[in-house]
Write a protein that binds this ligand. Sequence first.
Ligand SMILES: [Fe+2]
Ligand SMILES: [Fe+2]
Length: 424
Amino acid sequence: MKQGQAAPVSTLERPPDGVWRGLQDWRAGAVGANRAWVWGRRDAVPLDADPKHLGPENEGNVPPGAWASPSSTDSIPLPDTLAACADLILRTPDPATKAALSHRAYAKFALTKSQGEGSGAADRLAVGTATPPASPARPAKPELVHPKDVPSPKTCDLGFSAAMMHNIAHIELNAIDLAWDTVARFAPMRLSERFRESDGDDDSFKGLPDRFFLDFAKVADDESRHLGWCLQRLQEMGVAYGDIPAHNVLWEGAQSTSNSLPARLAVVPCMQEARGLDAGPRLVSKLRGRGDNRSADIIERISAEELAHVAVGVAWFRHVCLALSVDPKEAFSAEIRTHAPESLRGPFNHAARVDAGLEPDWYAVRGDDGSWRMGREFPEQGEGGVTTGEDVSGDDGLSGELVRRLRDMLAMEGVTDLSQPESA
Ligand SMILES: [Fe+2]
Ligand SMILES: [Fe+2]
C-alpha cells in the first residue's frame, strides 16, 4: 500500500469494550513462563532448557549475563515495597543487573498478589511509595546523542543487523525504566483502604488498584527478557551494548508526562510502544531479506509481545477516562497533541493497534472519502514542515524540529523508505 492510500481499517474488528482479547491470558501467564531468558536454537527458552533446544549460536554465549540467572543478583536485597524496588532498579546502571532485578521484583509482587494481601507471607511486597530519580542510571556507554547523530544501520560500521539490534536493545532498556517509572511515579495514586471499604455508590475516581501496578511490573519483566535476547544476539555478533551512540528521546516522553497519569498512559504505552507494532513487521522483513533470520525471529517475537503493553496502556487509559467522566478520544488526542505530536505520523499498523484496543480515530486522520488513512508522508529534507494533507496536530501544526525528530526516530527503526516496497 502506498503512502496516503486509504487503509481498510473500517473493516477491522474492534475488541469488546476496546480491551484486547488476550489481556486476561497475558495477566494470567505464569511467572515461570517469563523465565525464557535465552534465545535458543529457534525460540526463547529457560536457561535450564534441554540442550536439544540450543543451537551452535548458543555455544559460548550461554549464560550470556545476569539477566539469565536472576539469582546471581541475590547479593542485592530487594526493598520491601514495589515502589522502592522500582526506585532501586531505576538507579541501577548495569542493564543486565537491571533486568535481573526486574524479574525478581515482579515475581515477588506477583507472588504477594496471588497469596493475598493479608497472607502475612514472608515474601509479601506492598506497593508503597518512593521518590524516583528524574532520570534513570545508565552505563557509561552508549553515549547519548541527538537522534540525527545515531549511526544509520544502513551505513554503520557494525553492519545493518548489529546496528539495528543495538538500537532495539536501547529501546528495551528504556522500556524497562519507563515501566518502573510509571510504577514509582504513580504509586501515591494507589487506591486507599478507606475507599476499598466503600459501598461503591460513588463511582468517581478513588485511585489505582494494585492490578495497575502488577500490570506495569509485568511489562517491565517482559522488557527485561526482550533486552536479554538483544544483548545475547549482540554478543553472538561480537558487539557489546554501548559500542555505538544512542539517543534519549524515549525518556523525554517520560519526563514530560511525569505529573499526569492520563498523559503518561497516552504517550508511553499507547504511542511509544505502538511504534514497535508499526515498525516491527518492516524490520523483520528487512532482516530476513538480508538473510539474518535469527535476529528477525527475535524481533518478530518482541514485536508480537509489545501488543500486550500497548493493550495494558489502552485499558488503563480507558479506565481512568471512565472514572473521570471524560471522553477517551478527546482526552487521548489532547494529550498526544500536547506531549507527542510527532507520534501522529504514520505509517501505522492499524490492525495490530486495533487489536490492542487503540481506536484509529484517536491518532489517525480521515480522508475525504471518510476512510482512515495510514498517515502522511514526511516532507523532503530541507522543507522543514508539513507540506501536504490535513493538519492532524490541531491548531499548532508540527514544527520543523518535531518533524525532523520523528524522521530521525524512523531512520533508527529502519523505516525511512516510507513509500518504497521492502527491499532485500
Ligand atoms: Fe519490549
Ligand atoms: Fe514494550
